[in-house]
Structure formats: C-alpha cells, structure tokens
Design a protein around this ligand. Structure first.
Ligand code: G1P
Length: 294
C-alpha cells in the first residue's frame, strides 16, 4: 500500500457553451439538461460524493449561475414541500446538497481549452491531488467510476486516468493512452496523445473523462502551451507530468454516455429510465413498439 494523500476535491469544468445543443442551451447550461429527472451535472457530483470527495470546484462561465443555485438550498421551495408533507421530495433535495462551504465557483474567462479550465482552479485546489470529472460524461456502473479510481490510487499512488475502449475508427475524437504492464486493478500508461491523426492511435483505450491528478499539473498548465485544435490540452500537460511521475489507467467497467452529444444524451435517458421501476414498464413497452415500427 502506497502512502497517498486523500482525494478531497473535485474539479468540474462547466464553462462550455453547449453549441451542439442549441436552441436548448440558449438560456439553460448544457450541464443542467436532465437525464430522467436529474441534471447531468448532478450525476457527476453524486459519483464524486460516493468516492468520498467533499469539495466541488466548478469552473464556470457567464450564463451558468443556475448551476450555483442548483447546489444551494431553496428555502421557499423547501418550506412549501414541508407544509405539504412532501417528505420524499424534501429528502431528495437534502441528499444531493453538498455541505455548507463545500462548493467553490470560479470563472474561465476565455474558451482556451480544457487545460486552461483546469488551470483556473489552481488556487482553490492548492497543493494537493484532486479529481477531475468532465461533466458531459455520465458513467453508469455498480461501482462508481471515481470510487474505483480512488481505490486504484490508494494502491499505486501517482496519477490515474480512467479509460474505456472505443471503435478504433473513432480514436481521433479522443485522448488515447498506450497500454503498458498490468498493475493491480489497472495498467501503466506508456504514452498519451490528444486526438491522434486517423490511423496513428497507439491503442483504442480512450480517456473517458475522469482523472486523479497531482498538483504538479498546474505548473505545466501555467505555460499555456497550445495543442490539438490550438487549445491548451490537459492531455499534453499530463504527458509532460509523466516524465516525473507515474500514470496508471483505470479500465472503467460500465457504460459511458457522452451527454455532450445528442445520441449519447438520448441513450442516457433511455438507460436511466429503464433503471427506474416506476417508469420502466411503460417506457420499455413503448420503446419496443416504436422499434418494431422503425
Ligand atoms: C476531452 C479530452 C479528451 C477526452 C474527452 C472525453 O476532449 O481532451 O482527452 O477523451 O474529453 O470526452 P473533448 O471532448 O473536450 O474534445
């Protein structure tokens, strides 16, 4: 067992404009679109809470104030629910609420890339390892993805990147890692490349949006070096950090839904609806009927 510092803080970059979802995202942040009855971002916060993380750092932008409201109390609503005896609904609100003082909000003032968004959280995170969760991705599994990553981190220390396996023809859309020797519950990463040219990816293991990173990443990100798409990339900074520190991959055993894409968002809604005993019968029957007709 390696001596590791506990992962206490999670960074959630939520500054993106959500142009792929217009007009839905004209006034509503894409992270607040709902999968069944919860905003996408809440699934991600709950995954981090389940992993024992207790402080949530949101890197926001203009037009995202409603995310801050969502993770705060709503006294009028709660009073009304209480006076109407709606205890189940009240408990739903209580369970999702981070403790007072356990959320921080900072703004990414310009869309310079994911690496820049993470760098914006440097003062709030400080000198400790942290989790990074990309809120477009919802991870559905028995054991939450971040919980599994924290367990691997406690064994091997260093930096951990969650990976899935993609169709090799789609590797150019993601950050891809090279596979090295197995470690207990994962494998060593030999290389990392952001959005490789078609046909050049070192494997089909793609980074699926969950990371545990050491604070040394901030110094590298502060150089503001541009990479793929002329943006400041986390993957490039991780590659540099890997010169000095170990990186392991956590192969996530579950389903990943990219709610930043329309098909992923719809599929997430279907999958989570079928998990719910109250609505599953109707939804399943109607899906079968529609598919029979298609
Ligand atoms: C980002 C990361 C990429 C990762 C992907 C997962 O890319 O840079 O490494 O594979 O998220 O969704 P983006 O989707 O922001 O282009």
């Amino acid at each position: 067992m390696t001596m590791t510092k506990k992962i206490r803080k999670a960074v959630l970059p939520v500054a993106g404009l959500g142009t792929r979802f217009l007009p839905a995202t004209k006034a509503v942040p894409k992270e607040m679109l709902t999968v069944v009855d919860k905003p996408v971002v809440q699934y991600v916060v709950e995954e981090a809470m389940d992993a024992g993380i207790d402080h949530f750092v949101f890197v926001t932008g203009r037009n995202k104030g409603v995310i801050e409201d969502h993770f705060d109390i709503q006294p009028e609503l709660e009073d009304t629910l209480r006076s109407r005896g709606k205890t189940a609904e009240l408990k739903t609100l209580e369970d999702m609420l981070p403790a007072a003082g356990a959320t921080s909000f900072t703004r990414q003032q310009a869309p310079l890339g994911l690496g820049h968004a993470v760098w914006c959280a440097r003062d709030i995170v400080g000198d400790e390892p942290f989790a990074l969760l990309l809120p477009d991705m919802i991870m559905r599994a028995e054991t939450g993805c971040m919980s599994g990553m924290v367990k691997l981190y406690e064994k091997v220390g260093g930096n951990i990147v969650s990976v899935g396996q993609c169709d090799p023809d789609l590797a150019h859309k993601y950050g891809i890692v090279g596979k090295g020797e197995d470690v207990d519950g994962g494998f060593r990463i030999t290389e990392m490349v952001e959005k490789p040219e078609k046909g050049t990816a070192p494997s089909n293991y793609f980074m699926n949006g969950r990371y545990i990173l050491q604070p040394g990443i901030f110094e590298i990100l502060s150089r503001h070096e541009r990479g793929a798409g002329n943006e400041i990339q986390v993957t490039d900074a991780m590659l540099k950090l890997a010169d000095a520190q170990p990186f392991a991959a956590y192969p996530f055993d579950g389903e990943t839904y990219d709610c930043g894409s329309k098909d992923g968002f719809i599929l997430a809604n279907v999958a989570y609806a079928l998990d719910r005993s109250d609505i599953k019968p109707l939804v399943a029957d109607e899906l079968k009927r529609l598919i029979g007709r298609a």
